[in-house]
Design a protein around this ligand. Structure first.
Ligand code: ADP
Length: 399
């Protein structure tokens, strides 16, 4: 069946449309005036009943069959609490006009189909029928009412397509999250075992040659990186399903920053890391999660700067005194303003770093979630080729 027209039957204006469009289909097919009038009258009879008792009817005009025998059909469907019979007046007349008539109902849903065989003399084929369909797809509205109706329909279709697109994206995102969750858990176990064995080997360092000890050290560094990546993957999936939990305790901010940065300075020993601490304050925070944020920001500052470049860490109370601002400044590669808008998105990486610097674009996403869960904000100011300053705030405890 090829659908040529689809008209909703809601009010009297639609009855006019149903009639005129049915006539027009007949005209386009090349039917005689008498035949198209018969067809359009039968369609109008049924459409009138649908419109009289409901506002949910639909009229479809279809071509069935295959080359060289085709039939022209009209199908009217509607729902109604009212009981109808094939012998009711409107149906009765329509049936008289078009003997190829069927009436069926299921519960309060009614389907009426009526049609006529199309003479071979019309010389129809699939190409002509496709052209007919196209004609009605692009047909000029008969009046202002139909124009509004067409626009409404297009809007409806667009909304439907957009909803479908959103649903598909959500499904895909859920599948991706599920995969990340399973993959990170599966990775974590063997990595933990390898890490434990590497630590054991490190303890027995004296028993190996310097070369073997060197290999073990490299193994240890790489396993730590791998373990960090698996941990980040796990955190991403925890953020997604809301299971990233926080153990909040009272923290002396300056003391915490000082200790964390001193510990990180040992990891990044080739960089000069300067700390400038402002007015002391206390915050409620999960120290492990906050350490994760500082590790990420400092790690990035090192990664995206020249070797041995200086990094500045600063703490300062906000002007209003209700939060503390922590700044991490580097004079590295910086970022374009287009990229800045996206760097806190999941898996986002700037184009210019994808091949030059290792990473998966998870650190800032996780950090931004951790900071917002602490009631703070995170942002960046950056100039391409000059450097970046990452800022984050945490509310301070008032005594
Ligand atoms: P990763 O570093 O693993 O790619 P992040 O989420 O930590 O993931 O960072 C996201 C992106 O933000 C990076 O890929 C990089 O393009 C950019 N970026 C982050 N920190 C800096 C920085 N200090 N300097 C320049 N670009 C940065």
């Amino acid at each position: 069946m090829k659908e040529i027209l689809d008209i909703s039957l809601e009010n009297e204006m639609d009855l006019v449309l149903a009639h005129r469009r049915s006539m027009q289909v007949g005209e386009q097919l090349g039917l005689t005036v008498a035949t198209r009038t018969t067809f359009a009258t039968a369609v109008s009879e049924i459409s009138r009943t649908a419109i009289e008792y409901t506002d949910n009817g639909r009229l479809n005009i279809l071509i069935s069959g295959k080359y060289p025998r085709y039939s022209l059909y009209a199908r009217v469907v509607f729902d109604s609490d009212q009981t109808f019979r094939a012998t009711d007046e409107g149906f009765f007349y329509a049936k008289k006009l078009l003997p190829d008539f069927s009436f069926s109902s299921s519960g309060n849903a009614y389907v009426i189909e009526m049609g006529l065989g199309l003479p071979r003399s019309l010389k129809l084929d699939e190409t002509k029928l496709s052209a007919l369909k196209l004609f009605f797809e692009n047909v000029i509205p008969l009046n202002a009412y139909e124009e509004i109706k067409q626009k409404n329909f297009q809007l409806h279709r667009l909304t439907g397509e957009q909803e479908e697109e959103i649903r598909m994206r959500r499904d895909l995102d859920e599948k991706k999250s599920e995969f990340i969750s399973v993959a990170s858990h599966e990775l974590k176990t063997p990595i933990t075992v390898v890490k434990a064995y590497t630590q054991m080997l490190k303890l027995l360092k004296d028993q190996y040659t310097d070369k073997v000890a060197g290999v073990i050290d490299k193994l240890d560094v790489q396993t730590t990186k791998l373990s960090l990546l698996a941990q980040q993957l796990m955190d991403v999936s925890k953020v997604e399903n809301g299971s990233l939990l926080y153990d909040l305790v009272d923290v002396d901010l300056n003391e915490f920053v000082n200790e964390t940065v001193t510990m990180l300075s040992n990891v990044h020993s080739s960089n000069q890391i300067n700390i400038s601490l402002g007015t002391p304050c206390r915050i409620m925070a999960d120290p492990l999660r906050l350490e994760q944020v500082l590790t990420n920001l400092l790690g990035n500052a090192v990664k995206y700067s020249a070797r041995n470049a200086a990094i500045d860490i600063e703490t300062v109370l906000s002007e209003t005194g209700d939060s503390v601002i922590i700044k991490v400044t580097d004079c590295g590669i910086g970022m374009s303003s287009a990229g800045i808008a996206k760097i806190f998105d999941k898996f986002y990486r700037m184009d210019d770093v994808t091949t030059s610097h290792p990473g998966l674009g998870m650190g800032l996403y996780i950090s931004s979630k951790i900071i917002s869960e602490h009631g703070g904000k995170i942002w960046v100011e950056s100039t391409l080729n000059q450097g970046s300053t990452f800022f984050f705030t945490i509310p301070v405890q008032t005594v």
